[in-house]
Design a protein around this ligand. Sequence first.
Ligand code: PXP
Length: 242
Amino acid sequence: MRLGVNIDHIATVRQARRTFEPSPVFGALIAQQAGADQITLHLREDRRHIQDRDLELIKELVNIPVNLEMAPTEEMKRIALRVKPDRVTLVPERREEITTEGGLDVAGNKEYLKEYIKVLKEGGIEVSLFIDPERSQVEASAEVCADAVELHTGTYANLWNAHSFDKAKEELERLRSAGRLARDLGLKVYAGHGLTYQNVKEILELRDIIEELNIGHSIIANAVIFGLERAVKEMLEIIKGR
Ligand code: PXP
């Protein structure tokens, strides 16, 4: 299974002060150095974390694949065709949401998405659709000629985190059957959202179906906590010379 590291929340911290640090570009390079298979980033319409310049620099500087998550809007299409990430993952987006809440309704927007995907593919970009693990959404994803689907693991993760392990197991089975169907329809299968160092372990049971996981929040959360001791010590060295 490959790992795509989502670096959005490095930019979230930077944007809290509208300053230059921490830099998601640096973060992308460090993730690459650590062995990440891909950098994933979400350019949101409201630019709450990643900025256009971050995307441009990351595409220029990293030499592992770049996966751009974006809403299927005209503005984002123009940006994608200019910057040419290796992959675009189409996600639904609502300004009020804290994070991407549900999967894209592919079944309800087939005509629009088919044309949208065609243009991106003609631009040499792989197109993946972030969907809930539902038969109708998987079938619609094949119909609109996507290259891949990313199965939304948020429901599984929430159930697991609430220690509803029986229900989490049921959701894991939904992910398994949606993944199998997608693969049978010729789609590549990825997954992500809400995965942590704890709840990711059961997802590994699906490694013969899911090729890649995209994980952000939990990795950045761990980086902040485990990097804190060193950061405090370095500031103390400067201030107290010790
Ligand atoms: N995959 C998609 C499509 C996403 O929108 C996100 C969040 O931006 C992720 C994966 C990563 O989710 P998390 O930050 O919860 O690991």
